[in-house]
Design a protein around this ligand. Structure first.
Ligand code: ADP
Ligand code: MG
Length: 260
């Protein structure tokens, strides 16, 4: 097998200077005869955190799924590090290494401990030894503030702890981009903060991220830009300051009034 180092360094791991890490250009996506995404365009630059908001059913999850090729876009293009990855599924393995994804329902392996959940991909995909992968897991559990939970199984952890294990598991691949799809929607209110705090810390350290969330406190604290989607369209993209400073598109304003 390839050494971990060889695997880690084989694809281009840098973004050409001044280029967005991710560039979505005019993508359309339909399921059957229903068009779900309508000419969506979005750039995400290295170290940026973009918060994606919008009503349920507006296409936020579908947009994220087009980025990591869980759903290929019908029209338009997705560039990652300047490379067109839109519909070539041969790119999927590399993208899944470089793009970490965190879901609403954690999706941890129930029969594996917290540490083992984190160790799996580094061992299988990067070829790390069990001992090295275990070291990585312990470091990451420290980073998400649950250093003592390495040997706990998911059903022994709170929802907030499970979601932090899921974040640590995504980070174990050293992703260039993190996608979070409503990561706190399934959590009890008292656990939301601990997960958002970890995400905000990662953003502050320069982790490039797209976050689908209704948590406007997090958006205000951690987002560089806010993107508002409605009925499959990106209706507004604004710098966080401008967005919260009140210069908001009327439709985005109505949505905010509903959720706040
Ligand atoms: P959001 O994440 O903003 O709530 P989604 O991207 O999940 O929105 O869904 C947008 C629309 O696409 C919804 O109407 C949903 O029912 C539909 N949709 C999503 N995935 C599929 C699919 N695999 N097949 C058919 N329709 C889908
Ligand atoms: Mg969704």
């Amino acid at each position: 097998p390839l050494s971990a180092e060889a695997v880690m360094t084989s694809p281009p791991r840098t973004t050409p200077a001044g280029k967005p890490l991710l560039e979505i250009v005019g993508i359309d996506k339909s399921f059957g005869s229903t068009q779900i995404l309508k000419c969506c365009s979005l750039e995400v630059h290295p170290r940026e955190t973009v918060v994606l908001i919008g009503p349920s059913g507006s296409g936020k999850s579908t947009l994220l799924r087009c980025v990591n090729l869980l759903e290929p876009a019908d029209e338009g293009n997705v560039f990652f590090r300047g490379e067109d990855i839109t519909r070539d599924l041969r790119n999927a393995p590399r993208l899944r290494r470089e793009i970490g994804m965190v879901f609403q329902n954690f999706e941890l392996f129930q029969h594996l401990s917290a540490a083992e959940n984190i160790m799996l991909a580094p061992m299988k995909v990067l070829g790390l030894s069990r001992a090295d992968a275990h070291d990585v897991a312990l470091d990451l559990l420290k980073k998400v503030h649950i250093p003592a939970k390495a040997d706990s199984y998911p059903d022994e952890l709170s929802g907030g702890q499970q979601q932090r294990v899921a974040i640590a598991r995504a980070l174990a691949m050293k992703p260039a981009l993190m996608l979070y799809d409503e990561p706190t929607s399934a959590l009890d209110p008292e656990m939301i903060r601990e997960v958002l705090d970890v995400m905000a810390e990662l953003s502050a350290e320069g982790m490039t991220s797209i976050v689908v969330t209704h948590e406007m406190g997090f958006a205000r604290r951690a987002a560089d830009r806010i993107v508002f989607m409605e009925a499959g369209e990106i209706v507004e993209t604004a710098k966080s300051d401008a967005f919260f400073g009140g210069t908001v598109n009327a439709r985005a304003q109505r949505f905010l009034e509903q959720i706040l």
